[in-house]
Design a protein around this ligand. Structure first.
Ligand SMILES: Cc1cc2nc3c(=O)[nH]c(=O)nc-3n(C[C@H](O)[C@H](O)[C@H](O)COP(=O)(O)O)c2cc1C
Length: 201
């Protein structure tokens, strides 16, 4: 899976979840493969007991392991990110985000804790060895309107931030794919030692 949307809200109807889905839709429109993990949908007992033998938990961890990029969204709870998000991140191996591109997203009740992603979540992503953490996106309810008919509409400042984040992630992934394709093309079809053996045979 190229990109994983990791949703960290315990709420069934979730502002951060809607913003996350919107970002995922924009990335999919740019041709990226997008999958999703909603932590609230994982089996609670297995999650709390860090039971990696549970199928759903193992599948979610594998999805993260296979992802090139992760958009991680959380509500602000008590001036930090949500507890269920941390519970899931604690299941990942020590360097579980190594080589991955991360885009942190949060919604909060007001602007008071708009730095929560930067002072609370960012160090955790760094501790998990994330390769590159893009500029965070933070929105309040006043900046996001929802209608069943039209879906999510964002205040211009947030829409601009979202587009910037999507472009940054998309460009970085495309450049990464191009580099891998070039390396693949330069690699000889057979290994040099195998080639020498064939010549001497
Ligand atoms: C338990 C709890 C704690 C919260 N703590 C904060 C907070 O410290 N700062 C803040 O700005 N908003 C706080 N909020 C408001 C939420 O961050 C806000 O409603 C957010 O948009 C919810 O996102 P969600 O719908 O994805 O769960 C809190 C809400 C709850 C339920």
């Amino acid at each position: 899976m190229s990109i994983v949307l990791l949703g960290g809200s315990p709420a069934a109807v979730s502002g951060s979840g809607r913003l996350l889905q919107h970002i995922g839709d924009l990335l999919a429109q740019r041709g990226h493969r997008v999958g999703a993990i909603a932590v609230r949908d994982l089996p609670p007992r297995a999650l709390l007991h860090a039971d990696l033998s549970d199928r759903a938990i193992a599948d979610a961890c594998n999805l993260v392991a296979e992802a090139e990029a992760i958009v991680v969204a959380t509500p602000v709870y008590k001036a930090s990110y949500s507890g269920i998000l941390k519970t899931f991140l604690d299941l990942l191996p020590q360097h579980g985000l190594e080589g991955k591109l991360l885009l942190p997203v949060a919604t909060g009740g007001s602007q008071s804790h708009m730095l929560a992603l930067d002072y609370a979540l960012r160090p955790v992503l760094a501790a998990l060895s994330a390769k590159h953490v893009l500029t965070s996106i933070y929105a309040t309810p006043e900046q996001m309107a929802w209608s069943d008919e039209h879906g999510l509409s964002l205040a211009p400042t947030i829409a601009t931030r979202v587009n910037y984040g999507v472009c940054e992630m998309s460009a970085a992934l495309t450049a990464q794919h191009r580099r891998s394709a070039q390396t693949e093309r330069r690699r000889p079809a057979i290994a040099p030692r195998q080639m020498a053996q064939q010549q001497s045979a």
